[in-house]
Design a protein around this ligand. Structure first.
Ligand SMILES: C[S@@+](CC[C@H](N)C(=O)[O-])C[C@H]1O[C@@H](n2cnc3c(N)ncnc32)[C@H](O)[C@@H]1O
Length: 189
């Protein structure tokens, strides 16, 4: 039987405040559908699936701001779930694209796609990796105002299929995953 998801409340006092640590950025007090942190107890027990709250993602990524704002910095999350970290990394990279190339249409699109190309994830569960790809694609499509019929949308979709790997995909491709050693600016672990 499915259990109700545990979301916590976005208006709850921030746990870090009790310890005297001020979060870098608290979530907006008005959130229509907060992301559940837990789907079911079974998934927690079987796969350790507990999602990271937005305030913690923000605080952690603020510690490596130099990397998330650098367009060609590669980021790997080896247990990416539905993309709480990777989506925020992409948002930050796109903010850097906008700051640098916001007025140059070709470069804006080019570097936005590069931002997608520089984010990698691995995830055991097929539904999570599909959600992660969809979440990232939505962020890019919103930013570039892309229809799903455009070349840029399809290019990004293909990149995300390659860069965000589910367990089955990893098994099939493990020996030819990357053509040569690849270094990462950040590995979220
Ligand atoms: C603690 S959750 C964190 C998810 C996400 N990183 C976040 O912060 O919201 C851990 C995730 O790792 C996945 N996972 C568990 N074992 C794994 C494995 N051996 N390889 C890749 N992913 C795994 C789970 O399915 C789950 O989505």
């Amino acid at each position: 039987m499915n259990e109700p998801p545990s979301t916590g409340s976005p208006t709850d006092p921030h746990p870090a405040e009790a310890s005297g640590i001020r979060p870098a950025d608290k979530p907006s007090p008005v959130v229509a559908h907060p992301m559940p942190l837990i789907r079911t107890r079974k998934r927690v027990a079987d796969h350790g699936e507990v999602f990271t709250p937005a305030w913690m993602v923000t605080a952690m990524l603020d510690l490596v701001k130099g990397e998330t704002d650098r367009l060609d910095s590669r980021v790997l999350e080896p247990a990416c779930g539905s993309g709480n970290f990777l989506v925020e990394v992409l948002r930050r990279k796109l903010a850097a694209v906008e700051a640098t190339y916001g007025k140059a249409d070709f470069e804006r699109r080019h570097y936005a796609l590069l931002a997608v190309m520089c984010t990698y994830g691995i995830e055991l569960l097929a539904d999570n990796i599909a959600e992660c790809r969809a979440n990232m694609l939505e962020v890019l499509a919103d930013y570039l105002d892309l229809e799903d019929t455009t070349d840029a949308y399809r290019a990004a979709s293909n990149v995300l299929t390659l860069n965000l790997m589910g367990a089955a995909q990893l098994r099939r491709r493990s020996s030819r995953l990357l053509p040569e050693p690849c270094s990462f600016g950040i590995c979220v672990a």
